[in-house]
Design a protein around this ligand. Structure first.
Ligand code: PRT
Ligand code: ZN
Length: 224
């Protein structure tokens, strides 16, 4: 990998991939993404795009392996909370919120229990992929409940007897409905965002970012 090229981490395949690729195109970054490679080199700018799992993106940017990254705030906030208090760098510069990947992290419980207030969660087990964000919320709200970490199929946890409730991402609400779950409090609202390694000091790379940022602003305004 050439160190003089600006390295941007994006999700390889998933909900953010298409929007990330479209955004790079709108910024004038020409890429050959046809090959299923980890790294795609831009043909018109000194930029390399790394295509990885979204969960790896915050760490790659915090550690300076990549200069920039595009990731959901949900994944970013969880990764920062995971590193909090440890020795690893947990800082990033949030350059811009992006206009895709919108969702909310919300609590939900079996519909048949009907509406519940916060006190219901006392002593309950809550399945989630975001245990750190959930723990922060429970502390804030003074609720004594435990987080059950699941990386997938969170919405089936109550029915499977693995948990009493869930804390999961919601966009349309169709998944909750299909699984007989009732939506409660939103813990976090999330969009995709563009992040930068805070220790980046290469003047050519910083100049390139300065050139791209007004374009990004233009792309976002055009969408309004
Ligand atoms: O393989 P990799 O680890 O990269 O991908 P992934 O499977 O972890 O993530 P992916 O592609 O599913 O999501 C990437 C990012 O998209 C998330 O981190 C969010 O920032 C954002 N996003 C936006 C969503 C949703 N909307 C969303 N609806 N991520 C997940 N969902 C899931 C949710 O977990 C639930 O299962 O969709 C279901 C709910 O959707 P509705 O429309 O039925 O409410
Ligand atoms: Zn993921």
């Amino acid at each position: 990998m050439n160190n003089n090229r600006l390295r941007i981490a994006i999700q390889k395949s998933g909900r953010l991939s298409k929007d990330c690729q479209d955004l790079l195109k709108q910024l004038g970054v020409k890429l050959n993404l046809r090959e299923q490679r980890l790294i795609a080199h831009s043909t018109n700018m000194p930029i390399d795009v790394l295509r990885v799992r979204d969960d790896d993106i915050p760490g790659l940017v915090m550690d300076g392996v990549c200069d920039l990254g595009i990731v959901g705030e949900n994944v970013l906030v969880e990764a920062q909370a995971e590193r909090a208090g440890g020795t690893q760098n947990a800082d990033v510069i949030k350059l811009s919120k992006l206009d895709f990947g919108y969702c909310r992290l919300a609590l939900a419980w079996p519909q048949e229990l009907g509406p519940q207030d916060k006190s219901w969660f006392e002593g309950k087990r809550i399945a989630t992929t975001y245990p750190e964000i959930l723990k922060q919320y429970l502390e804030r709200e003074n609720i004594n409940a435990s987080a059950v970490m699941l990386t997938g199929s969170v919405e089936v946890a109550p029915r499977a007897g693995l948990a009493d409730a869930i804390c999961d991402l919601v966009s349309t609400g169709a998944t909750l409905e299909a699984n007989g779950l009732m939506q409660g409090d939103t813990i976090l609202e999330s969009n995709a965002c563009l992040i930068q390694n805070p220790n980046l000091n290469d003047s050519d790379k910083l100049a390139l970012i300065d050139k791209l940022m007004p374009r990004l602003k233009g792309v976002r305004q055009a969408k309004e």
